[in-house]
Design a protein around this ligand. Structure first.
Ligand code: RP5
Length: 166
């Protein structure tokens, strides 16, 4: 990227979500995509959430990755206040291991879409990759990096060797 203007915003309901959501940030960093990451809670800071969602596009954000656990309203409520693509990441919760988060995020009513990813680290990493895919539509250099990433990943699988075969 030519400058540091964040193109992706990673938001999460609590700093306790960061170890999971950091996987999205790492993916964006690996691809050189400028991002911002911050805590915005649907339940604890609803006014901040509305302000964030209403102003994100005008600040140059193109994709929002929103992670939350438990009764995870954050991605859906943010999507209700912006037409930017919102990628929802269910964060594992203490008692229901993130199944509550998944169902809260995935089951959106018709008209307000949230792209929902897997629970936990893989979901956060894939949300980062998906954001890269969206941005790569308008960025040939990023598109080439994404193709290279896939090629390397494929090669890695081809080179996998199983040890200790009986
Ligand atoms: C949600 O509640 C957050 O997204 C987090 O996953 C969950 C628990 O938050 P803490 O009690 O750890 O702050 O809002």
């Amino acid at each position: 990227m030519a400058n540091n203007q964040p193109l992706v915003a990673i938001i999460m309901g609590s700093d306790s979500d960061w170890p999971v959501m950091r996987n999205a940030a790492q993916m964006l960093a690996d691809f050189g995509v400028a991002y911002e990451a911050k805590v915005v809670s649907a339940h604890r800071t609803p006014d901040l959430m509305f302000d964030f969602a209403e102003t994100a596009a005008s600040k140059g954000i193109q994709v929002i990755i929103a992670g939350a656990g438990g009764a995870a309203h954050l991605p859906g409520m943010v999507a209700a206040k912006t037409t930017l693509p919102v990628l929802g990441v269910p964060v594992p919760s203490k008692h229901l291991q993130g199944q509550d988060s998944l169902l809260s995020i995935v089951q959106m009513p018709k008209g307000i879409p949230v792209a929902t990813f897997a629970i936990g680290d893989a979901g956060a990493a894939n949300a980062g990759l998906f954001a890269v895919s969206i941005l790569a539509n308008q960025d040939a250099a990023l598109s080439a990096k994404l193709a290279e990433f896939r090629t390397k990943q494929t090669e890695k699988v081809f080179n996998m060797e199983l040890s200790d075969k009986p």
